[in-house]
Design a protein around this ligand. Structure first.
Ligand code: AGP
Length: 352
């Protein structure tokens, strides 16, 4: 196993590092197949009227991103179903169920699928998994093995694959104009380079921030709009790897209660979302309480700098995920916890 890690100190570090290459491979197989929903045809699927996204944990954060792209670009109604809560989701005709699971063995996801008869598209890194066998169509993530219990490269890959499916559905529905699709494909095409640049930009600041903040007992993660799932994902990484209490929420919700948590020095990680002014009020509220604001974004004032496209795409600041993974890992190392195998967790959760 040591040999597989190469020079990396742990598998999580290696897998964080592999994201630009994994994104490139995936995009090379997807770009050019989105117009008129060709990707759906290739997968043997009809254009759905609506989409149900079923997932848990990190995969559920990717599902939230996909739901937003379906709405923004295609006006396609969708619902994100937390797999363990699937008994609350009613059947709706014309639905495509997208099941997102890197392992393809998550029991909650497999059990949820028993509730509906709709066609199932699996987004998984395990093309021979139980989920892949159960699904009507499979879109493989092709990331290679992910050994670290914390999902890293499979998260970015799920977002990319899910966004591609969402754009294909939007295009097939006639709502997404060819010129807009072409522009979005170009932004996607530049993603691997931006992921690599973000990792390079954020590495040293993530280490310095970890030096400063590792001993704080908890942190609050906020964002707005398309950035919210990334705030949630950054929070989950810190929680599961560093065993810190976290709160992740839309910035506008702070004033409705969670702001009471903030005191001098409380870390508040603000995941950049555009337009920046939409976060200004939240940041002012936080700094007024003496909290330690950690801005993740592409501006010059960023504490964790990343490389974002000039205009925010409908899938939001995916590049920020890399910086947040690096930060969570650095904190974990400083606390002396095992990065690849956090306590109480398994890579595949095969019990309901
Ligand atoms: C991610 O870092 C976690 N280990 C966990 O939330 C995970 O995403 C969840 O258990 C779902 O796993 P899956 O993608 O294999 O279904």
């Amino acid at each position: 196993a040591t040999a597989d890690r190469g020079d990396a100190p742990d598998f999580t570090a290696k897998e964080i590092d592999e994201q630009p290459a994994a994104a490139r491979r995936l995009l090379d197989g997807l770009l050019g197949r989105l117009a008129d929903g060709r990707l759906l045809t290739d997968l043997g699927l009809a254009r759905p009227d609506r989409v149900r996204l079923v997932a848990c944990g990190t995969s559920r954060h990717a599902a939230e991103v996909v739901a937003r792209v379906l709405a923004v670009e295609g006006g396609v109604p969708s619902r994100v179903v937390t797999a363990s809560e699937a008994d609350l989701a009613v059947p709706e005709p014309g639905t495509l169920t997208m099941a997102l699971s890197q392992s393809g063995e998550t029991a909650d996801v497999l059990a949820a699928l028993d509730r509906w008869d709709d066609p199932v598209l699996a987004l998984t890194n395990a093309p021979r998994s139980s989920l892949a066998r159960r699904a009507d169509a499979v879109l493989g993530l092709g990331c290679g093995p992910e050994i670290g219990v914390a999902a890293t490269k499979t998260f970015t890959a799920q977002v990319i694959a899910g966004v591609a499916v969402a754009l294909a559905i939007a295009s097939a529905s006639g709502r997404l104009a060819p010129a807009r699709l072409a522009a979005l494909e170009q932004v996607l095409d530049g993603l691997p380079a931006r992921l690599a640049a973000s990792a390079a930009l954020a590495a040293a600041p993530a280490a310095a921030l970890a030096d400063e903040l590792a001993d704080r007992p908890g942190a609050v993660f906020v964002s707005r709009g398309a950035g919210v799932p990334y705030a949630q994902e950054g929070a989950l990484k810190l929680e599961e790897l560093a065993y810190r209490w976290v709160e992740a929420l839309p910035a506008g919700e702070l004033k409705h209660g969670p702001i009471a948590l903030l005191g001098p020095g409380t870390p508040v990680v603000v995941v950049g979302a555009e337009p920046r002014e939409r976060l200004a009020v939240g940041i002012a509220e936080v700094t007024a309480r003496g909290a330690r604001t950690v801005l993740v974004g592409s501006g010059e004032d960023a504490d964790l700098p990343v490389c974002l496209p000039a205009e925010e795409p409908p899938w939001g600041p995916l590049e920020a995920a890399v910086a947040l993974q690096l930060f969570a890992r650095e904190v974990t190392v400083r606390l002396g916890h095992e990065v690849d195998r956090p306590r109480n967790l398994a890579k595949s959760v095969t019990v309901e």
